[in-house]
Design a protein around this ligand. Sequence first.
Ligand code: ZN
Length: 228
Amino acid sequence: VLLIEQRKRVVEVGLEALRRGIVHGTAGNFSERDRESGLIAISPSGIPYPRTTVEDVVVVDLDGRVVEGTRRPSSETPMHTMVMRAFDHVDAIVHTHSHYATVVSTIRPYLPPVLTETCVVVGARVPVTRYGLTAMEDIGQSVVEVMTPDSRAVIMRNHGLITFGKSFEEALLYSMLVEEAAEVYVQALAANGGKEPNLVPEELVGEMTERFNIGYGQPRGEERGAGS
Ligand SMILES: [Zn+2]
């Protein structure tokens, strides 16, 4: 069986995303690239997370062709493979339809810097794509268009959120932090009569990020969090 460890992690990250409330039903999908073989383990299409087994996870190549597996891969496989072909820093992808990020996708060209922690961990702005045709190369193209070589998250217009890491742990953290910031942003807009709320001064984010990366947490860097 190819990519057994990656397949296990695809099953586990789906369950973890379900527990954290950022996916439901069969929405969302997850993939991890194996550097050695260049192959990718990706969620199967349309199987609820609690019922997904290691055998259900599909192994595809960088062009999205099935290499091993009895299930059909996620309908968004072209998006996952296109991002991994285009960006070398991406080895794990988490795609969800988390609620508040999706709300932001319908009203803004980007999520502005509203929470300090999200700014220093994910970046000052999270871009929103143009509208992309789902399950087609087009949606992958719409994501790649707004990415940079260190992108950690992109909000997909009228659709959801996609995050990029070296591991699922990283990508899942970015998903949580963007959703948290999007929730604060949407509620702050509502509480403020629709007017833009106070934002993190964008010119300070670069310097704060450097300090955060050097000084926060324990020396081994296994903890996460900011602002306290
Ligand atoms: Zn989706």
